[in-house]
Write a new protein. Structure first.
Lengths: 435, 291
């Protein structure tokens, strides 16, 4: 009986070939990536002139995208580490989803920074001329560290699953079989191996939390260590981390729904998972809302002359449609949806997740660009185009291409590896039945 | 047909008349050239001209005016000292060249002339200046006293000059700081000299405490502008202060504070040690699987 149940779990959770929908999805993503690559080639050839980045708005949607990627990557530490260490078992099927989101997002965060540099060879200067005092150097160090830890956290729990997959030689095909064997042919389900793996996962879960906090705190310091309206805040680290956890959790809600419906995983990603994840999102949205109130209400109450133009630009000025959309979409509406039990049903939760992620992207844009367009000293003797920022098609294509690239990594990962840990699911099912 | 030709002729006349009238209406402004003479430390001499014109009821400096400087008269072209063009402040400067030595030595009094040719906007201009050759000498006396003396050439003899206002001070930040509270000193009739007490003890000098004291006569009707300088060790010694090689948060690469380096490298080494430890664990797992 147990063997039958185990076989069923393995059968359900093994990676599946792309169906028609999957193929269309992959082709669409590849097309967006190709367009982004073409736009990037134009940027390399003509220089940053093809962008709308100028003296004042020197950071645009590339850096917004970077902050967004760093933010969403934090979900790996939330689901895998925080919930694991607090002995929350319902998140087990979601750990791999969270980790692959983290890995793909952090990889593209690094790439988009190189895109923003204009000339990629200048990245080399960071190693020859970088200063340890600069938050940019800390960011490079911490992003690299977080990527390695996330990869290890993805790899260790995958080892027992690799053994299971290697057994399906005919189904895998030659190429995948070789990959599985390269990655995990040495795994023999020995108790000593499990002991080492469990210990490693625990070490990683503990290590990843401060590193994850560091990555987003350092990213926030890129802004907060400069004296500009909207960035001159001592609260930025906490504000960024709370926002990052929210967007990451929103991303997991979307991924849960997509994998559940596409791979027919209703038995493994249940309504209960949506219910619990929905509650987590409500909590995180409330925390982020609290930090937003702090971040905007206090300066607005004082309304210093230098901050006034920036704040009024957000509240009632040229950025107000995006500002109120971002606040509503990333916090208010998702809270309103998910606070009700019906709202935590898969479809509504998926919708709330989309709102959170889209709203959060625009929130990052609002953190980056309006501040640059409202410097303390008035803009003087510059062309009119320098006083506004409307991204060019090249910028949109490159930013879109990077987002599509991140989704492509997740898609291919789900095609190659089980998106829900098979071995852990079997163990938990066994322990449930015994209980 | 004839009527048409008449109309064409009428239109042509109507179109041309305003142009002709406008062409006659162009009026040129009068250019005023103000010439000044400078004796710099009794070594070099230079002339400065400032071009001005009254435009819209106000005197304005005029740039880009080509001017010629002459010693004596402008009628003899061999007296030409040189050419210049006025800058954005309307000024042109020329150093009196060594080639003018013969003309310079002819007389104790000297005339200078500056002329400019007519341009589209301005009439031709002319300015002249007559000076008596004079020297201003600076020296020091005991007790941090600055002395200055003016002598002028009378026939072939240098004689002291009385009742000329002299400014005595220290060259500082592109200007002159008076040696004490007194703005100017008139030279006395007996020696042609002035004495000023130096009261700027705390003034910063160079590394050795050197400062430049100066005596100057400004825009004197007869002698022009005279100045004489001298270096004295009366200033406060400057200590070269720099934190370029110090370890600070704002220093260059490789000069970060030690506490920051210690903190940052400890964290990096600690975290990466864990990563390496885990990579070693993978190796052990692999070994266990092969056994």
């Amino acid at each position: 009986m147990e063997k039958l149940a185990e076989n069923k779990i393995v059968e359900d959770l093994l990676p599946q070939k792309f169906g028609r929908q999957g193929q269309i999805w992959v082709v669409s993503l590849l097309a967006v990536c190709a367009l982004g690559f073409y736009a990037y080639c134009r940027q390399l050839y003509y220089g940053l002139e093809v962008t709308a980045l100028r003296d004042y708005a020197s950071w645009g949607i590339y850096i917004s995208n970077f902050v967004f990627f760093v933010a969403i990557s934090l979900v790996g530490s939330l689901i895998t580490a925080v919930l694991r260490l607090t002995d929350v078992h319902w998140s087990t099927p979601l750990t791999r989803i969270a980790e692959i989101i983290a890995v793909s997002a952090i990889s593209f965060a690094g790439l988009i920074i190189i895109v923003d540099m204009g000339r990629p060879d200048r990245f080399y200067n960071l190693f020859t001329h970088g200063r340890l005092q600069s938050p940019i150097i800390w960011d490079v160090i911490v992003i690299t560290t977080y990527l390695f830890i996330s990869l290890l956290l993805l790899y260790f729990p995958l080892l027992p699953d690799l053994k299971i997959m290697i057994a399906f030689k005919e189904r895998n095909g030659k190429w995948l079989q070789k990959l599985y064997e390269f990655l995990g042919s040495f795994w023999k389900n020995k108790p000593e191996q499990f002991k080492i793996t469990d210990k490693a996962i625990n070490i990683l879960s503990i290590t990843i939390i401060p590193v994850a906090f560091a990555i987003h705190t350092v990213t926030s310091w890129l802004f907060a260590t400069t004296y500009r309206p909207g960035w001159d805040s001592t609260n930025f680290g906490a504000y960024f981390i709370s926002g990052a956890f929210l967007v990451g959790a929103g991303g997991v809600l979307i991924a849960m729904y997509v994998f559940r419906t596409h791979y027919k995983l209703e038995k493994y990603i249940t309504d209960d998972h949506f219910d619990k994840m929905g509650k987590v999102v409500v909590l995180l949205a409330l925390v982020y809302l609290y930090f937003n109130i702090n971040e905007f209400l206090v300066p607005a109450f004082k309304m210093k002359k230098s901050e006034e133009e920036h704040l009024m630009g957000l509240f009632t000025g040229e950025f107000s449609p995006i500002f109120w959309f971002a606040i509503s979409a990333s916090m208010l509406i998702p809270i309103f949806i998910l606070v009700f039990k019906k709202g935590r049903k898969p479809k509504w939760a998926f919708f709330a997740g989309i709102l959170v992620v889209v709203g959060s992207w625009f929130k990052r844009f609002l953190i980056v660009t309006p501040t640059l367009l409202h410097p303390f000293l008035p803009m003087h003797d510059v062309p009119k185009s320098y006083t506004t920022y409307i991204p060019t098609w090249e910028e949109w294509a490159i930013a879109g291409g990077s987002l599509a690239g991140a989704l492509l990594v997740i898609t291919f990962f789900a095609r190659i590896f089980p998106i829900i840990p098979i071995h852990e699911t079997i163990i938990e099912t066994d322990s449930h039945e015994k209980a | 047909m004839r009527k048409h030709k008449l109309i064409q002729l009428l239109v042509l006349i109507i179109l041309l008349v305003p142009n002709v009238l406008m062409a006659q209406a162009v009026e040129k402004n009068t250019l005023s050239l103000n010439l000044k003479y400078f004796n710099d430390n009794n070594i070099t001499h230079h002339l400065l001209v400032q071009a001005k014109s009254k435009i819209d009821g106000k005197f304005q400096t005029i740039p880009n005016i080509p001017v010629q400087f002459y010693i004596g008269t402008e009628t003899d072209k061999t007296n030409l000292l040189g050419n210049g063009v006025t800058n954005e402040r309307g000024e042109a400067i020329i150093e009196i060249p060594a080639t003018a030595k013969e003309a310079w030595l002819k007389s104790p009094n000297q005339n200078f002339v500056v002329v400019s040719s007519a341009t589209k906007k301005f009439d031709e201009g002319k300015g002249d200046l007559a000076i008596t050759k004079a020297k201003l000498k600076i020296d020091t006396a005991e007790g941090k006293m600055i002395t200055a003396k003016i002598v002028a050439l009378v026939d072939t003899v240098w004689k002291p000059i009385a009742a000329v206002d002299v400014v005595v001070g220290v060259k500082r930040l592109g200007g002159i700081l008076n040696a004490n509270e007194t703005q100017t000193y008139p030279t006395d009739s007996a020696t042609g000299g002035v004495i000023a007490e130096f009261k700027r003890d705390s003034i910063p000098g160079d590394l050795k405490g050197n400062i430049v004291i100066i005596a100057t006569v400004v825009d004197n009707d007869k002698y022009g502008n005279l100045s004489s300088e001298m270096i004295v060790p009366w200033g406060k010694k400057s200590v070269y202060m720099t934190n370029f090689d110090h370890r600070t948060l704002f220093a260059r690469r490789g000069y970060s504070p030690l506490w920051l380096e210690l903190l940052a490298y400890t964290i990096v080494v600690a975290v990466w040690s864990i990563i390496f430890y885990l990579l070693v664990q993978i190796k052990i797992i692999k070994k266990l699987g092969v056994e």
